[in-house]
Ligand binder design. Structure first.
Ligand code: ADP
Ligand code: TRP
Length: 325
């Protein structure tokens, strides 16, 4: 029998999830639970490379755990854990750093981008890709689904895996394959740019009905009079509506644009409704999870136990290969 395909990915706990995160990362991760054995973790060590705020870290980790579970992560099928609950990852990161040329890290875009944004160039930010490689290699991961921005980090991971195997023998670690979501359409934000928390143009997935619907009502539009036809190209309203509405309702809204006679206020109301309804089951699930006081801790503890079992096997193999045992 072939061993199960192991699919691993990490998400940074960095604030409220938005619709772009949902379609770009959570939904694909949830779907992949049907394809192989999923290992999903909250990258709390990584979050500390750009922000050092204990209260915010605790809060963001909890929030991400609730939201990911509400979005369909199924702990009966996927192993869900906090990165820091498996401290073995630090040892593997150290072993990998012994075969990691400085130049490999110095050329990474994310390090250059973050320091250009004014984030202090600390050692952890520089070594970020080594820890990420350890995250992946510690679980003998076969496939790693990530957004385009992480492509280079996956290349570093593969370089380090090859180097470790060349130095200490084939099979020391498993060479992972990236699954880069090139084709995932970029979800656009309320101002028409890419939806991103750094642009402050997001639609959160969860929150109170009134303020969320209000965000939709504030989408800027042109001044076409109600009775005139309205442009369908580059329409923020239509692009977002397509994500939430049925094909038939979307077609109706396009036709109403082309015909004229319907105002932007009306389109926004339809969009606000569709957006609100789209996440209704997930919202209900989220309330259930929050009402069950110990649930999140239980899920994460069970996930950590399972992840550590796997980590111990791999780390033992690597320690033997490098001569520590
Ligand atoms: P942000 O840009 O808001 O800081 P992150 O960089 O934390 O978002 O992204 C987390 C995940 O969500 C990544 O996998 C990324 O590819 C995905 N993602 C973020 N924004 C979008 C978007 N607008 N469209 C599609 N996917 C997105
Ligand atoms: N660096 C990733 C991001 O910011 C998160 C991450 C950490 C990750 N370790 C990983 C993703 C391992 C995939 C595999 O999105």
């Amino acid at each position: 029998m072939l061993p199960a395909m192991r699919i691993l990915t990490g998400l940074q706990p960095s604030g409220k999830l938005h619709v772009g995160n949902y379609f770009g990362a959570m939904q694909p991760a949830v779907q992949l639970q049907d394809v192989g054995e999923a290992f999903y973790f909250i990258a709390d060590y990584h979050a500390m490379t750009s922000s050092q705020n204990p209260a915010a870290l605790r809060e963001n980790v909890r929030e991400l755990a609730v939201d990911f579970l509400a979005c369909g992560l199924d702990p009966a099928r996927a192993v869900f854990f906090r990165q820091s609950a498996v401290p073995e990852v630090n040892e593997l990161a150290w072993l990998l750093s012994t075969v990691c040329p400085m130049g490999l890290l110095a050329k990474c875009h994310s390090y250059k981008d973050k320091t250009a944004q004014g984030i202090a160039p600390n050692h952890a930010l520089f070594a970020y890709p080594v820890l990420m490689a350890a995250d992946i290699l510690l679980y003998d991961s076969n496939q790693v689904p990530v957004g385009k921005d992480q492509k280079q980090h996956l290349e570093v991971t593969r370089d380090l895996a090859v180097k470790l195997n060349e130095t200490y023998g084939e099979g020391t670690v498993v060479l992972p394959e990236p699954i880069i979501r090139e084709d995932t359409a970029v979800v656009i934000g309320l101002d028409g740019r890419k939806m991103s928390k750094s642009y402050n143009n997001t639609l959160p997935i969860f929150g109170e009905e009134k303020p969320l619907k209000k965000l939709v009502m504030k989408i800027p539009t042109d001044s076409t009079p109600v009775e005139d036809p309205k442009p369908t190209e580059n329409s923020t309203i239509l692009a977002l509506y397509k994500l939430f509405a049925s094909d038939a309702d979307y077609a109706t809204m396009v036709a109403d644009h082309e015909r004229g006679g319907v105002g932007y206020g009306d389109f926004k109301k339809r969009l606000a409704e569709a957006y609100w309804d789209y996440f209704s089951l997930m919202r209900a699930r989220r309330e259930e999870i929050l009402a069950d006081a110990g649930y999140i801790d239980q899920v994460l503890a069970a996930g950590a136990l399972r992840a550590r079992e796997e980590a111990a096997i791999v780390l033992d193999r690597v320690r033997r290969a490098v001569g520590l045992i």
